[in-house]
Write a protein that binds this ligand. Structure first.
Ligand SMILES: Nc1nc2c(ncn2[C@@H]2O[C@H](COP(=O)(O)OP(=O)(O)OP(=O)(O)O)[C@@H](O)[C@H]2O)c(=O)[nH]1
Length: 173
């Protein structure tokens, strides 16, 4: 099932909700060159295997670039009128920012400006992390708040927002 797409779309969902697969199918339904911008870093063997599986599933139509922190710069460098950029995912980008002790407000401003200025199509994947119990430690609470703040800022910026649960899309905007 695909959802109407104009130029920019945010795809939210919980862990293993099917959001990445949904975003990939949305992108593959569009004409143009497909570019995957990964924010994940392979820090252990399990993540290596996961990334390998994702690369194999994407197939030969896709090019991959990694941007754990400099997402705005990567969008500016790779977006062209004929490209479809899939950014997966903003939640890991938030945790990379947190560990790098980066300035969240200016990182969000740079990212929203880059999305608005990009000439090509952009899909962004993000986790909806705040639905469970309140975490019992300050770092996890800070991360949860950052993730929510980023999702709201990106949702304001993009043309459409979809929430994926159990593999099924619900249009929010
Ligand atoms: N560095 C890197 N990361 C990748 C690559 N392909 C996918 N990833 C990462 O893999 C992650 C998504 O995979 P999963 O963690 O299996 O997805 P999930 O969130 O559990 O499940 P869904 O809700 O179904 O998306 C994203 O954070 C991507 O950044 C790649 O080629 N390089």
């Amino acid at each position: 099932m695909s959802i109407a797409f104009t130029r920019t779309q945010l795809i939210l969902g919980g862990a293993r909700s099917g959001k990445s697969g949904f975003a990939q199918r949305q992108a593959e339904g569009l004409p143009g060159a497909l570019l995957y911008l990964a924010t994940a870093q392979a820090l252990d063997g399990e993540m290596d295997d996961r990334i390998e599986r994702h690369r194999a599933e994407r197939g030969a139509r896709w090019q991959t670039h990694e941007a754990p922190l400099a997402l705005a710069e990567a969008i500016a460098a790779h977006s062209r009128p004929e490209t479809v950029l899939l950014i997966d995912c903003l939640t890991l980008w938030a945790s990379n920012l947190l560990f790098a002790e980066a300035d969240l407000t200016s990182a969000i401003d740079d990212l929203t400006a880059a999305i608005a200025a990009a000439p090509g199509k952009i899909l962004l994947v993000s986790n909806e992390v705040g639905l469970g119990i309140v975490p019992d430690n300050a770092l996890a609470r800070r991360f949860r708040d950052m993730a929510g703040t980023i999702n709201q800022a990106i949702a304001r910026t993009v043309d459409s927002v979809v929430f994926v649960a159990a593999g099924l899309p619900l249009v929010l905007k």
